[in-house]
Structure formats: C-alpha cells, structure tokens
Design a protein. Sequence first.
Length: 234
Amino acid sequence: MRRLLKRTIAFAALAVFSMAGATASPAEVIDRIVATVNGRIILQSDWDDALCFEALLSGRMVNQFSDDDRRAVLDRLIDQELLGEQMKSASFQHASESEAEARVAEARKLYPDAATNDGWQAVLARSHLSEKDVLAHVRQQIDLMRLVDAHLRPAVQIDSKSIEAYYRDKFVPQLKESGSVTVALADVSGKIRELLTEQKVNELMISWLQTLRSESRVSMPGVAAPPSPGVQSQ
C-alpha cells in the first residue's frame, strides 16, 4: 500500500509539473523514478528501502556500499519486478508470517544490541526501517526463491558421476587441506547432490532472468548512485 501511494504521488507530481510547465526546486522533490519495468515504476524511495534492507541483513551501514553495490541492489529490484510478473501464474506455497519472523530473528543475531526489543527497535530506526517493512521484504524474498525453485528445480537432474566427480575433485581435497578426517562418499552423497542442485538452479536462474530482461521493456533513466537513505521525506 505504501509503495502504491508513493507511485501515485510520483505520477501525480509528474502530471502537475507537465501541465504547469513548472520546475521544482530540490527541496520540493518528493520522489523520482529511477527505473521502469514493462511500464511499472521503481522509485528512488524503493531503491533506498532496498539498500536499507540489504544493509540490515548484512550487518553493514548503507554508507559502506560502493556505487557498484548500490547499482547491484537496483538490478535486483528490477529482477524482483520481472519475477513478480511470473508469480501471477505460478503455483507454490507462499511464505507465512512465522517463517518471515524466523528469518528476521536470524538477522537480529548480527546486532548484539538487538537482544532486547528496545534494542532491536533502535537498530531498525538507525536503518530507517520498521519491523513491518522488514517482514514484508523477507516474505517477498522467500516467495521469489520458492518461485524460482518451483520453476527450475524440477528440470535439474544430478547424476551419480557428477556427485563422484565433486567428491573426488573438490570435497576430499578440501578435507585434506583442513586436516579433517576423510568421509565416505556414501555418507555425503545426499549433501553433495543438494549442493550441485542449488548450483544448477542458480545458473538456470541467471539464464532465466537474462531471458526475461531481453523480452521486457526495462529502462533506467539517468541512474546514479542514490544518496544515503533518510535524506528524503518518507
């Protein structure tokens, strides 16, 4: 709802400026469009929110992000829009609130001062996020990954030769390098299969996103690294 409201404001502002022929001063700018995906807009505030969220989950500050980091976050927002279109016709179990809360609880462990509710609220305030914002972001992330799994995982087949090759060429050498006791192939074949499956799904996801982009109208007019979130009015 908040995102829809901000988008409505952005379109209304554009219409007013167009009809009046006015030029707004920097202090009057509420938001701006940083990208469009098949006609749907991504606002500067969407980008700022995504930066704050990624910073929170990685235990970093937004001002530690490089220009490349910030652009990568915008690219992920575009990917999310593209995958969101595919979600309409997909069948999978959407994330529950309890699942999202469990993920957020893991993120809290990155911050020693978040052990108490007051401390956690202080962390969120520094990150310019509310708990509702974080839960919504996490649920979206879970849903997108389940969409990817539902779409791609059934096509992935890992044969025994691939498992044996990984065990021989990577797993055993890593054990020797770390000084660990060698583990029999039979004891780890299931874990290796899952690892190779995840790697293949990631490869297919990259290819899928490239295809979706090539088939879509994606524009990033005048994109530059955004200022640190919290500067604009929310």
